[in-house]
Design a protein around this ligand. Structure first.
Ligand code: G3P
Ligand code: MG
Length: 247
């Protein structure tokens, strides 16, 4: 039901490094995290890149939208300096570069499909296809694969069509009343919810129905223990410094 690691570094290195950069992955690894969550969006040339916001300005210096620039242009932009001068020069990495790093370091991935508004289907399909191609050998060998997830139902459906062999998780803020029907329709293996909206009863219901249960973003060891005691299978955290990595 949940063959994946229990603890994931959110956006690469949580709040200890500029999110969704190669530096974040290095940071996560330095804290012993060999499992990671990150966000993938499409650049103007259709190349998947790793970034959270569809607009530039918060973590990536510049203005406009991610979808206004090619992956090469985004790669040359400044995505590290906002966090600290020691991270200056980090660009927006391509999905390709992040997967290559993770595979080389044996880091497991929860790949969040994060479509810019209006491009849900194209993003879901492109990310799923790219993932299937990167992991062709592992798929053939029956090895553990990354888990795709998204808040976007259209992106999840497109991912399923493009690469049905890849498992998917459905991301929600709060688990809705009719969650089981939607989960079944989507063919997902897990529900990913905001831990602040989760109750013990709902956790039990999800587990009893046979789904994996994943929470974001859990930042204290006490809450992590409580959620695991409720049956939560895994979670991502910003606080890789105070929550030790668990297999
Ligand atoms: O995938 C879990 C979590 O990352 C979802 O929220 O906004 O941090 O991508 P966000
Ligand atoms: Mg995310």
């Amino acid at each position: 039901m949940w063959p994946y690691p229990r603890t994931l570094a959110h956006r690469g290195g949580g709040t200890l490094a500029p999110e969704n950069t190669l530096a974040a992955l290095r940071c996560g690894l330095a804290y012993g995290y060999r499992a990671v969550e990150f966000d993938v969006m499409l650049a103007s040339d259709g190349v998947p890149v790793v970034v959270h916001d569809p607009e530039l300005g918060r973590t990536v210096a510049g203005s406009g939208h991610v979808s206004d620039y090619t992956a090469a242009q985004l790669g040359a932009m400044e995505a590290g300096a906002w966090f600290g001068p020691q991270f200056a020069g980090e660009g927006v990495p391509t999905f390709d570069a992040v997967v290559a790093y993770c595979k080389a370091q044996r880091i497991w991935m929860n790949i969040e499909i994060k479509p810019a508004p209006g491009v849900d289907v194209a993003t879901g399909a492109a990310v799923a296809r790219a993932t299937r191609d990167y992991f062709a050998k592992e798929i053939a060998a029956g090895e553990l694969l990354p888990l795709l997830s998204s808040f976007s139902i259209a992106a999840l459906e497109a991912a399923c069509q493009a690469a049905p062999e890849l498992a998917r998780g459905w991301l929600v803020e709060a688990i809705p009343a009719d969650w089981e029907r939607t989960a079944k329709e989507l063919g997902v293996v897990a529900i990913h919810c905001n831990h602040q909206q989760l109750t013990r009863a709902l956790a039990l219901a999800v587990k009893e129905a046979g789904y994996g249960l994943f929470c974001y973003t859990v930042n204290t060891p006490e809450r992590a223990s409580e959620l695991l005691a409720w049956g939560v299978d895994g979670f991502c955290t910003d606080r890789i410094d105070i929550i030790p990595s668990m297999a």
